[in-house]
Every structure is written in structure tokens, then in C-alpha cells.
Design a protein around this ligand. Structure first.
Ligand SMILES: Nc1ncnc2c1ncn2[C@@H]1O[C@H](COP(=O)(O)OP(=O)(O)OP(=O)(O)O)[C@@H](O)[C@H]1O
Ligand SMILES: [Mg+2]
Length: 369
């Protein structure tokens, strides 16, 4: 396993990345972290042998505008750190899981549920990498300070990305004063690094290319595949091995995502809107992915009113979370569904779909704020 800066330099040398001053500083910090984590792993052995204590590595909070390379650098660091028990998880997904664990723990009626939950999480991972930390509900806000205090006390090292500096988390949220200790905790315990250079690299990769392809067919598929490879840096020659994943929807249900990489998901229209699905499913998709590719959107008529209604709900969720949409369809948005139940309401969806193709929309950050 090589260190973070060596990997970063290799990507620069290969022309995959362009030099970026903020990124260079972040790489130095991530390298420091990777080195300390390794020392801790080695030192754990030393301290068992000689009773010497190795200080806990200081975690990192990377924040900045969209497309600045936060997730990319975090992934690079994640792959580089020589820690066996490590976990990378989307922050929203992690919090859903925390609430579920707390619920189970409360049933035991053994007092404060947070310490045992933190202990269990720490037992699974010494190194936690969170992507897209955003706090927009009071249930999360109220427990975060105590949860993270416990996690750090259990020896967990945290790296996280966010579109906001710590002081702007949960801004204007309900009972924000109860949340402030979490901000102080982050500012005290983590190294806070802005990654806020002038270039939105994602927009650069999306920009100039259409995002809505008509009609469905090999040409559209090829264009969308190229966009997927561009966005994820995945080698096109390895197309047969693009990873898939299962998105947890709650209630024990899963949604299979046939292509799932670096916050980008590919779905067929059939899978998303051809089956009985509803707002919570679409919300899970919108929260989890910053970019969604949908292929096979048909032209719909009165007999497709269910599909059309689901599609409306889906697009509302994506739009509200500022998810970037790339699509292949048999018609332009305004001609997708012109007659049938809800065709009038569909006009708003068509208008949103058009807005979602604009440079301005594409330049917005992912998230519900
Ligand atoms: N220095 C760079 N040169 C060229 N491309 C880059 C550079 N840094 C990042 N990228 C690319 O830009 C895209 C966006 O990067 P990334 O997903 O890491 O952004 P982000 O900061 O996490 O954005 P968001 O806040 O929306 O999650 C990725 O495809 C990434 O590989
Ligand atoms: Mg990101």
C-alpha cells in the first residue's frame, strides 16, 4: 500500500487529475493521518509488548464546494491507510443505521443507549470515513455530540467530507444551541481543511455534454456509459466489472443498484418506476447518490399512469436533493407524458427536467439544504 501523496502524484502524472493547491494541502494532511494510523497499528503491538502508549491520530474534516475533490481524496486516503477494520460510509446511511441500533438498544432498558452503540461501532471499525456530512434533522443533531465523543473515546479515527465548514452545520436548525457542542468537538478534535479551490471538476466533466439523450438506443447508451466513466474515473476497458450495490430502504428492504460507484448510480426506468415503489425509496436514492443515470425512459400514455406518477415522485426527490440526472428517453421531457391521469401535474416535472439540464442546476451541491 503506497502513501496518499504518492498515489496523488501518480494520478497527476497520468493526467487524470490537474494540479490544485488546496488539494495538495489536503493530501499532506491525509498523508500525516495515514502515517499516524500505521504507527498506531504498529505501536499497538509495541505498547502491548512494552507498555508504551501511541497517541490517537487526529481525524480530518474536509469541506468545500461541490466537485472540489473531497470524496476523491477521502477515497484515496481510505485505500491507502493500513488499517484492517476500516469503513467508508455515506453519512446519511450511517445515521439511519445509528438510529436503528439505538432503537434496539433502548428496548433493553439498560440506561443510556449511546455508549454501547458507540462501542459496537468502534469494535467494527477503528477508522471511519464519512462522505457528505450534512445534518438536517433534530434527531441527528441531538445525539451527534455524545455519539462522536464516545466514538473518539473508543479510539476511532474519523475522516469526513462536507459542503460546509463545521460552524455552518445544522444552520438555522431547531434547538441549534444543543447542537453547538458537536461543532466545538469537531473544531477541537479534527483537523479542519478547506478544499475550496475555484474549479468544480465534476461540472467540468459533465459540462458541455448533454444530460438528456433521445431516443433510447445504442448511441444514448454509449454516451451515458462514457459519462459514467468520466465521472467515476473507472477504466472503460473494465466495463464488465463495474461494482453493484444494494441500497437499504428501511424495513429490511433493499434496492439493487446494478452500477454503483463513487456516488453515481445507474438504473433502468423499469426498475425505478415499473415496480411498486414510493417516496421513501426515491428519497433513499436521492440522499445516497449525487448523480443518477436512468436509461430506458419510455414515452408514456394513459395506460402508464402509475409509472408516470412514480416518475413524478422520483424527479421531485432528485430535484429537491439537487441530484444530477443523466437520462436516455424516447422523448424530450415535455413530450414524455401528455395524456392521462396527472398529465397536468406532469408539466411541472417536465419543467424541472429541463431545469435539471442547465449549467446552473448542475453546478449546485448535492443535498437537501
Ligand atoms: N484535481 C482534479 N483534476 C481533475 N479532476 C478532478 C480533480 N479533483 C477531483 N476531480 C474529479 O472531479 C469529480 C468530482 O470530485 P469529487 O466527487 O471528489 O467532488 P466532491 O468535492 O466530493 O463533490 P461533492 O461535494 O459534490 O460531493 C470526480 O470525478 C473527481 O475525480
Ligand atoms: Mg463528494
Amino acid at each position: 500500500m503506497t502513501n496518499v501523496s504518492a498515489r496523488y502524484r501518480a494520478l497527476l502524472a497520468a493526467g487524470e487529475l490537474r494540479p490544485d493547491a488546496d488539494q495538495r494541502k489536503a493530501v499532506i494532511a491525509l498523508d500525516r493521518l495515514a502515517t499516524e494510523l500505521r504507527a498506531q497499528a504498529d505501536g499497538g503491538l509495541l505498547s502491548r509488548l512494552f507498555g508504551r502508549r501511541v497517541p490517537q491520530p487526529r481525524g480530518i474534516y474536509l469541506w468545500g464546494g461541490v466537485g472540489r475533490g473531497k470524496s476523491m481524496l477521502m477515497d484515496l486516503a481510505f485505500e491507502s491507510v493500513a488499517v484492517e477494520r476500516k469503513r467508508r460510509v455515506h453519512f446519511n446511511e450511517f445515521m439511519l443505521e445509528v438510529h436503528e441500533r439505538l432503537r434496539v438498544e433502548r428496548l433493553k432498558e439498560e440506561g443510556d443507549p449511546i455508549p454501547p452503540v458507540a462501542k459496537a461501532i468502534a469494535a467494527e471499525a477503528r477508522f471511519l470515513a464519512f462522505d457528505e456530512m450534512v445534518i438536517n434533522n433534530s434527531a441527528d443533531a441531538m445525539i451527534l455530540s455524545r455519539l462522536f465523543t464516545q466514538l473518539l473515546a473508543e479510539g476511532v479515527t474519523v475522516v469526513t467530507t462536507s459542503n460546509r465548514p463545521p460552524r455552518d452545520l445544522y444552520l438555522d436548525g431547531l434547538n441549534r444551541e444543543l447542537f453547538l457542542p458537536f461543532i466545538f468537538l469537531i473544531e477541537r478534535e479534527l483537523e479542519v481543511i478547506p478544499l475550496n479551490g475555484p474549479t468544480d471538476y465534476r461540472l467540468e466533466r459533465l459540462g458541455g455534454y448533454p444530460t438528456w439523450y433521445v431516443p433510447n438506443g445504442p448511441e444514448a447508451t454509449a454516451a451515458l456509459a462514457a459519462a459514467f466513466f468520466r465521472l467515476t474515473d473507472y477504466p472503460p476497458e473494465d466495463r464488465a466489472h463495474v461494482p453493484s450495490c444494494d441500497l437499504q430502504l428501511g424495513g429490511g428492504r433493499d434496492l439493487h443498484v446494478p452500477k454503483c460507484l463513487k456516488g453515481v448510480a445507474v438504473f433502468s426506468f423499469k426498475r425505478l418506476c415499473g415496480e411498486a415503489r414510493g417516496a421513501p425509496d426515491y428519497l433513499a436514492v436521492a440522499r445516497r447518490f449525487h448523480t443518477v443515470v436512468i436509461v430506458g425512459i419510455p414515452k408514456m400514455g394513459p395506460e402508464n399512469r402509475n409509472e408516470a406518477a412514480r416518475f413524478v415522485t422520483l424527479i421531485d426527490s432528485l430535484y429537491e436533493h439537487k441530484v444530477k440526472l443523466l437520462a436516455a428517453a424516447d422523448a424530450e421531457p415535455e413530450h414524455l407524458y401528455q395524456a392521462g391521469d396527472g398529465a397536468f401535474e406532469f408539466e411541472r416535472t417536465a419543467s424541472r427536467l429541463i431545469e435539471m439540464q442547465s449549467e446552473e442546476y448542475l453546478a449546485r451541491g448535492h443535498g437537501s439544504e
